[in-house]
Design a protein. Structure first.
Length: 577
């Protein structure tokens, strides 16, 4: 997966990658050249007192050093550019994919892990890409070139290379192998922590209301401690890593000076060659260390890449039709034909054999106890879910054959749990129709009985709305959502219990205003209050996912036992109140 991702998402940045290769090649060769120049100055310049030679070679050395610095900077610059662009594209890919998910697909993963995958996991892969670009060329060349150059300086000391490199690889490799499983579990712990945190922030009111803070704090504490423990274990190994590497480097240095010193004493080796050999050995060991670090990042990044790949590979369960049908007319006629529906994974259908028609200009009301399947029924029309059997038709065309945009243009839903986005009032109202004029917004607000309180908010249309719309009351949120639906001027309105948070008087005023506004539209209302639905053209009584009776208020009052019960219970409830 890692390779696939890198290949797919780095393709557009091939010129950058090529630049990185060229610059790093240049910088590595320059870096390898420097110690040998240094040695020449000492052995041929200083020892013979040849000032001219010192100046000339010193100048050359300065030039090479400048080239080395400049090319290294350029290499890192293009490497970062490529890696960051790669990360950005990958993140965008994950975001687009998740945006195309149906409610069901999101449930398969769960929101917290989708968030981690789109942020932290992408970052890990991006990091590997960055490190890879910075070291992939330099490390092997430095290693092989360093060995070659070191041996050129002195063959007799070569055994120091053959000993110190494997020792370093063994020590670092051992630590890396112990680190790998820890990194893997770290990613899972981050997921878990995100999950707990998210749930608690969203449910903070409930937590307060039930005085569950201590319990929730404990739950968070446990997740937090798990992550800390893993991080500590990783830290403990890292603490070992640096002294161990330092130790090997210092012992190697001492050995070079000791054995090399003896050879210099004996006159078999020059001082300059000795310093150059030492520098090459250190360069080799550094390169080996970097290579091992890189190797260590690969498993972690590949775990992350797999997790990202899982998201990218999902085929959205609700797909756009291959050959979308354009309906002959766009009046907003809704028909359910023998529709059954079950939530994914559930055995019992929540809706069975639902058939009804709603003509433009008509109002169809759905009433039924909680859990009867009212919300589920509405969700089928904008195709949030697909039916198990039967068909949902909009203007005579099955919704599964319509383009999504075509449906949303004609159908507006006011969800049962009204949701507003962070931003301003107008930003929310223009959600379905960005080009709407201010007058249109005010008109919608007036119909929705929301104009008064929006006017009273500081800033009117430009007033701030907090994320989720938490800074307005439930009833205000409902009315803003109704206004949002009105702005799009759809052919079909779906109101899911949208008047429940309003007092009876506001409810009545709103419905009167709506009636005028929606005269030509098809209206499907889910209502709990009999008063809300009494004047509908057709009332469907839903019980356990089946339509048990249908008719007008008067007809039902006469013959439907279930309906009578509902009416009576509300009358008694009102009497009690
Ligand atoms: N259900 C489910 N998975 C979901 C949503 C609902 O399994 N994501 C189940 C729970 C209910 C049944 O489906 O038993 C019907 O749920 P609805 O939300 O459609 O019920 P209502 O809208 O009629 O209930 P309420 O009046 O409480 O809104
Ligand atoms: Mg509902």
């Amino acid at each position: 997966m890692l390779v696939t991702l890198i290949r797919r998402y780095s393709k557009p940045y091939f010129p950058y990658v090529a630049a990185v290769v060229v610059f790093q090649l240049a910088s590595t060769i320059a870096a390898l050249y420097l110690p040998s120049l240094n040695a020449r100055i000492i052995d041929e310049g200083v020892s013979r007192g040849d000032t001219d030679y010192i100046w000339r070679t010193g100048g050359l050395m300065l030039g090479v050093a400048l080239i080395q610095v400049a090319t290294a900077i350029a290499g890192v610059y293009f490497g970062s550019k490529a890696a960051m662009a790669f990360g950005r594209d990958l993140r965008r890919g994950v975001f687009r994919k998740v945006s195309s998910f149906s409610a069901r697909d999101v449930n398969v993963f769960g929101a917290p892990t989708l968030i981690t995958r789109g942020t932290n996991d992408v970052q890990q892969v991006q990091m590997l890409m960055l490190m890879g670009l910075n070291f992939m060329v330099a490390t092997p060349i430095m290693c092989i070139g360093g060995i070659f150059m070191a041996l050129r300086e002195d063959l007799n000391l070569s055994w120091l290379v053959w000993v110190s490199v494997p020792v370093l690889v063994a020590v670092v490799g051992y630590l890396v192998v112990r680190l790998m499983p820890l990194f893997r579990s770290m990613q899972v712990k981050i997921d878990r922590l995100n999950g707990v945190l998210r749930e608690q922030i969203i449910g903070i009111r409930v937590v307060r209301a039930f005085v569950r803070e201590p319990h929730e704090a404990e739950r968070f504490g446990a997740a937090n401690k798990e992550l800390t423990d893993v991080s500590l274990k990783i830290g403990a190994l890292f603490v070992l890593m640096f002294p161990a590497i330092g130790m090997i480097l210092h012992v190697a240095t001492a050995a070079v000076l000791w054995f090399g010193g003896q050879r210099v004493d004996a006159g078999d080796m020059q001082v300059g060659a000795l310093t150059a050999f030492l520098q090459y050995l250190l360069q080799i060991l550094m390169a080996v260390m970097m290579g091992t670090f890189m190797a260590m990042m690969i498993p972690r990044a590949s775990v992350c890449a797999d997790r990202i790949g899982e998201v990218l590979d999902v085929e959205p369960s609700i797909r756009e039709p291959l050959t979308p049908v354009a309906p002959a007319q766009k009046a907003g006629r809704v028909e359910f034909r023998n529709v059954s529906f079950a939530y994914p994974g559930a055995e019992v259908p929540v809706l069975s054999d639902i058939s009804f028609t709603a003509e433009p200009g008509q109002t169809v009301a759905i009433i039924g106890s909680t859990g009867a399947g009212k919300t589920s029924l509405l969700a089928l029309l904008p195709r949030l879910y697909d039916t198990a059997s039967g068909e949902v038709l909009l203007d005579g065309v099955p919704v599964s054959n319509l383009e999504r945009g075509d449906i949303t243009q004609r159908v507006a839903m006011v969800p049962q749990r009204p949701y507003l986005f962070s931003g301003t009032v107008e930003h929310n109202l223009r959600f379905g129709k960005p080009e709407a004029m201010d007058e249109e917004l005010w008109e919608a607000l007036t119909v929705a009985q929301a104009a008064d309180f929006v006017r009273e908010m500081n800033g009117g249309l430009a007033s701030r709305i907090a994320q989720g719309g938490t800074n307005v009351s439930g009833g205000q949120r409902q009315r803003l959502c109704i206004a949002r639906a009105l702005v799009t001027e759809p052919k079909v309105f779906l109101f899911d219990d949208s008047f429940s948070a309003l007092d009876v008087a506001t409810d009545a005023r709103l419905r009167r205003a709506l009636k005028a506004k929606t005269a030509d539209a098809t209206v499907i209302i889910v209502g709990q209050r009999v008063s809300t639905i009494a004047d509908a053209d057709q009332i469907l009584v839903l019980d356990k996912g089946r339509i048990v009776d249908r008719g007008t208020h008067e007809e039902l009052l006469e013959r439907s036992g279930t309906y009578q019960e509902i009416v009576e219970s509300q009358l008694t409830a009102e009497a009690v109140a």
